[in-house]
Design a protein. Structure first.
Length: 636
């Protein structure tokens, strides 16, 4: 069986790793580099794409033909990329279907095709290392990647010639890398993963070889790119002030400023000030500026602070406090920034940081009594790839004493009659898993059932996101007779499969949900926040809708009985039933614009109608018994 490699397909850099003789290691390329810049230059000829460090150098000269940070476009739609477009110097647009494309040299490239070029390069590096073909891979993604983004990543791997054995969440992979030598320990850890384009906070419990994710939260549009953009804007203003004739919007000039900003940010992780020099921005103008770490931190502090609510929500979902954690693991290249270490340390109570301590050094841990340890023992650039390699080794059977249990970040369910969402899989459920439920029809002689799959945290279907719809056909029958079993299955890569089956005929339909939802992480967080903010209102709406359905069902049955047998019962009883039915109709008419109503009044009216129809129910029972006896010849 061929080797399975682990791949960290990153926004800024990508890596391929393996486990050799029980030791996880990152595979270097022919030049000895272990990090491959996630940069692809598309030549004007039919020549192969240029990938990695060489493409990074070409970016300065041909910024409109060199693609970087493409991970932020994976699985997204054209209506949802305004924020990302501002971060790049190459063209981005939407095709006729709304999918993101990158037009270069008259051809529209998809983000998956660009990512595949990076993966092809990593594949070649791995094959040079092993001396044989490598066709299987575990690829990591941010924990908050949705179904569309996960499928796009899987597709990129397939385009590169890989069989993608598993999609693994990045912070979970990092925890594997951290915990491999601690398999006999019991601990709770948080992985703070701030990379080039994404942020995740995952809380895991390590218990004698079992890695169980308790909760995850994050933002797939928050990372080092945003800090770079802030610094680029700052330098552009300084350049414009010094020389108003500078063509700041020119792609080549912007590319030079961006490279200078990136390099300055990296140097300020270990130095307190750096000299930025941009010679000959115009034939008669050169720019120089001394940037201090304090200035950089002042410029970007609010961006780092945007990770705070995600951390707090993950803790709340895990039902833990910071003091309950044993370790905070820093992952992702952006965590090298001293401000990040200080922010995380203060947020989780890891240590008392003083400005004089300088930067966090690799392997240097800070710990305060009563708080968790801030762990930097893993190389933040390599931890995710190493964890992916460990997962690959687990799948190969190399590590038999390790089990990884991940979670799904949002609830999944179906729209049911009345416009409610019926949750089959609650958020933060451990995956892989299956969950199912039986459903029936709400109308007589339906010939099919619409399966509308939803994702979100609200009670009403319209307040959640639609992942897709399909129909299952079956034999027409009175309402309540057909039985349709619906099963949700989330595989180990976090991808949803939905099965619907008619229990009578066995007819079924299986659909793999490839979400086309145009949502960003702000929308995800808004959804979660609104589910808490409107919890009582949503519950009131659900109770009202359920009561309304029951009331309408009672009214329908009463009207049918009166139409069929009303002439055979006493007038007083009939009038009493009609008055009670009128009270129910009146209560139903109290529904407000928010979709709720006077539940107490409706419940009382339905109760009165039930009471009033008891004689009618007895009469119908007698009629049914009489008919049965006649059918059996026991009554003339």
């Amino acid at each position: 069986m061929s080797k399975i490699v682990g791949i960290d397909l990153g926004t800024t850099n990508s890596l391929v790793a393996t486990v050799d003789s029980g030791i996880p290691l990152v595979i270097a390329d022919a030049t000895g580099r272990r990090l491959t810049p996630s940069v692809v230059h598309i030549p004007s000829t039919d020549a192969e794409a240029i990938v990695g460090q060489e493409a990074n150098r070409v970016r300065l000269l041909k910024p409109a033909e060199t693609v970087y940070s493409v991970k932020r476009f994976m699985g997204r739609r054209g209506a949802d990329i305004a924020q990302e477009e501002m971060l790049v110097t190459y063209p981005v647009k939407a095709d006729k279907t709304g999918a993101v494309t990158i037009p270069i040299h008259g051809r529209n490239y998809s983000p998956e095709e660009i990512s595949a070029e990076v993966l092809k390069k990593l594949k070649r590096d791995a094959e040079n290392y092993f001396g044989e073909p490598v066709t299987r891979a575990v690829i990591t993604v941010p924990a908050y990647f949705n179904d569309a983004q996960r499928n796009a990543t899987k597709r990129a791997g397939e385009l590169a010639g890989f069989t993608v054995e598993r999609i693994v969440n990045e912070p979970t992979a990092a925890a594997l890398a951290y915990g491999l030598d601690k398999l006999r320990e019991k601990s709770k850890i948080a992985v703070y993963d701030l990379g080039g384009g994404t942020f995740d906070l995952s809380i895991l419990e390590l218990n004698e070889g079992v890695f169980q994710v308790l909760a995850t939260n994050g933002n797939t549009r928050l990372g080092g790119d945003d800090l770079d953009k802030r610094l680029v804007d700052f330098l552009a203003e300084k350049i414009q002030a010094a020389n108003p004739s500078s063509a700041i919007g020119h792609p080549q000039l912007l590319s030079r400023i961006r490279e200078a900003a990136e390099q300055a940010k990296i140097k300020l992780s270990t130095e307190t000030e750096v000299e930025i020099a941009l010679p000959f921005l115009t034939p008669d103008f050169s720019f120089g500026y001394k940037l201090t770490r304090a200035e950089l931190e002042s410029l970007t502090r609010d961006i780092i602070a945007r990770t705070r609510p995600h951390c707090l929500r993950a803790l709340a979902d895990a039902k833990l406090e910071a003091k309950d954690l044993d370790q905070i693991i820093l992952v992702g290249g952006q965590t090298r920034m001293p401000l990040v270490g200080k922010f995380v340390g203060e947020l989780f109570g890891c240590a008392d940081f003083e400005e004089t301590r300088g930067s966090l050094r690799l392997g240097q841990d800070y710990h305060k009594a009563g708080g968790p340890q801030l762990n930097t023992s893993q190389n933040p650039d390599e931890a995710v790839a190493l964890g992916a390699a460990i997962q690959a080794e687990i799948l190969s059977g190399g590590f038999k004493n390790v089990l990884l249990l991940d979670v799904t970040p949002l609830s999944l369910g179906l729209e049911t009659f009345g416009g409610l969402m019926n949750v089959l899989i609650p958020r933060n459920s451990t995956i892989p898993l299956k969950a199912g439920e039986l459903f029936t029809t709400a109308m007589d002689f339906q010939r099919n059932m619409l399966i509308h799959v939803l994702q979100g945290e609200r009670e009403r279907a319209k307040d959640n996101w639609s992942l897709g719809k399909f129909t299952l056909d079956f034999e027409a029958a009175p309402r309540g007779v057909p039985r349709v079993g619906v099963q949700f299955e989330i595989d180990a890569s976090g991808i949803l499969h939905v099965l619907a089956r008619d229990t009578k005929t066995g007819k079924e339909k299986m659909v793999e949900m490839k979400s086309a939802v145009d949502v960003d992480d702000a929308a995800v967080q808004k959804m979660v926040e609104e589910s808490v903010e409107h919890a009582f209102d949503d519950l009131a709406v659900r109770r009202w809708i359920e009561a309304k359905l029951k009331a309408n069902e009672t009214l329908t049955a009463t009207r049918k009985a009166l139409a069929d047998f009303g002439a055979e019962i006493e007038t007083d009883y009939r009038e009493k039933i009609l008055r009670a039915a009128g009270e129910v109709e009146s209560a139903l008419a109290t529904e407000n614009t928010g979709g709720s109503g006077d539940l107490k009044k409706l419940s009382a009216a339905v109760g009165a109608l039930d009471e009033a129809t008891k004689p009618l129910a007895d009469f119908l029972m007698d009629k049914a018994m009489e008919a049965l006896l006649r059918k059996r010849g026991l009554l003339q």
